[in-house]
Design a protein around this ligand. Structure first.
Ligand code: SF4
Length: 459
């Protein structure tokens, strides 16, 4: 498989972009406002201009695109760490092999307990996380864990409805098995698209193979998974280079498989066991990070952008205006973290440790619409089928109703009276934002059915 990341091409794009005028930047922003996406040259230009007065225009445009495509919706999820065994030596990770920390993987009973606890927070979507270990956490274990989680039901028949999976790069055959096991999104971060940097921070273990890691999404697509999530770990190398690496990855997948990534994650490096952020010379400041996320929003308007609890509560809320569309909440990044009294080592430190209900309350007070929707993947709207729905403008007639139905479920089953009142007011306000009168009517009907006790209704 060819390496589709070309350092020279990225460096040339960044160099050439230095001469782009402020007038041209404004023209790029005006184009982006129509939600058509941007070329590599245009992305490079937005990363390079140094006229600070243009930054607000960039952010306004990102906010405009976010509102046009996603409205007030914010998709919610939680990570579930099932195993911290790892044979790799990724220097920035608390689970690296050289760290002498207690290692374990969850038993069936523990998987069910963790799933129930996450469900009791109101989550319906998880990201299953595991280190790479072909003996202690092989694909059979991952598939089995998915099966246990999907089959776990709470007393009121609540369940995790979508399992996104973040496990090591693997074979086409294993991706076929993940697909058959009802994977939601297959998530894998490239960490860095810069080869020499990749080698430096991945000194040993199977993950040290840059090309095998880079081509994982190709094998996932060949294995039938058309819903993939990419990302880079910001801080390992120049964020501008990584942003263009992500764009090249997206273009490669679109050209070869007809569909780009469903999501892009933007984690910044954080402190962990034997990981000091100061040792990484490419730390991304808050200001640079905002610019990065806004640029991605303009470049790929229909791709979800995910921000985790690595970032502080306050910062996460400001980033929603810049284009973030998915948030994790109430997260634990240690194995058994949701239910064990004794805390194990975390993969990295969290900055937003608010419980889930506080995150929801805060989003509602900001006029946002937290969504627990898992409808698309369950209705077969993945890959290019999802993109067709999104680009045809039908997203508001599907996603808006579905997010209202899932928020209704949330407030009925998990909220205290105060939060419930806040949720009801939000639902009332957002019903009018469903464009189709027919869908509005159907949604009102289903909201009543949920109030009467029905669950898991979606379009
Ligand atoms: S990033 Fe993943 S593969 Fe690397 S050490 Fe951590 S758990 Fe292992």
């Amino acid at each position: 498989m060819e390496n589709f990341i070309n350092n020279k091409q990225i460096n040339t794009l960044l160099e050439d972009a230095k001469s782009v005028s402020s007038e041209d930047i404004r023209a790029i922003i005006a184009k982006a406002k129509t939600c058509v996406g941007l070329s590599l040259e245009e992305v490079a230009a937005l990363l390079q201009f140094d006229d600070d007065s243009l930054l607000e225009e960039l952010y306004d445009c990102a906010n405009h695109i976010k509102n046009t495509i996603y409205g007030d919706r914010i998709v919610m999820f939680a990570p579930l760490y099932v195993s911290n065994y790892c044979v790799n030596g990724c220097t920035y990770c608390g689970y690296k092999h050289s760290n002498k920390i207690p290692r374990r993987r969850l038993t069936d009973a523990e998987l069910a307990k963790e799933a129930l606890q996450i469900e009791a927070m109101g989550h319906k979507r998880i990201a299953l996380e595991a280190g790479e270990d072909p003996i202690n956490c092989d694909i059979d274990y991952v598939l089995h864990a998915m099966d246990v989680i999907y089959k776990t039901k709470s007393d009121n028949n609540g369940a995790i409805r979508r399992i996104n999976v973040n496990v090591a790069a693997t074979t086409v055959e294993n991706y076929e098995r993940l697909k058959a096991a009802d994977i939601g999104t297959y998530i894998l971060f490239q960490e860095t698209y810069h080869l020499d940097t990749y080698k430096k921070y991945h000194p040993n273990g199977p993950k040290s193979n840059f090309t095998y890691h880079l081509t994982a999404m190709d094998r996932a697509m060949e294995g039938g998974i058309d819903d993939v999530g990419v990302g880079a770990l910001f801080g390992l190398y120049d964020y501008k280079f990584e942003a263009l690496g992500l764009m090249l990855h997206k273009e490669h997948l679109e050209e070869k498989y007809g569909v780009g990534p469903h999501t892009i994650s933007v984690p910044r490096i954080k402190k962990a066991e034997n990981v000091e952020v100061e040792e990484y010379p490419h730390a991304v400041s808050d200001c640079e990070f905002k610019r990065l996320v806004a640029t991605i929003r303009l470049a790929v308007p229909y791709t979800g952008i995910i921000l985790s609890t690595r970032e502080s509560a306050e910062f996460r809320e400001t980033m929603i205006d810049i284009g973030i569309s998915q948030l994790s909440a109430g997260s634990k990044t240690d194995v058994g973290g949701y239910t064990d009294e004794e805390k194990m080592a975390s993969q990295f430190e969290l900055a937003d440790e608010r419980p889930q209900h506080q995150v929801i309350e805060s989003l509602l007070k900001l006029g946002r619409l937290p969504s627990f929707c898992t409808a698309c993947y369950r209705a077969g709207r993945t890959g290019d089928r999802f993109m067709q729905v999104a680009k045809s403008g039908q997203i508001h007639n599907l996603c808006q109703p579905n997010s209202l139905l899932t928020l209704k479920e949330y407030i009925e089953d998990y909220a205290d009276p105060e939060l419930k009142a806040l949720g009801e007011a939000t639902i009332k306000e957002h019903i009018d934002k469903i464009p189709s009168p027919k869908m509005r009517e159907n949604t009102i009907d289903r909201l009543q059915k949920i109030e009467d006790g029905e669950r898991d209704l979606f379009f």
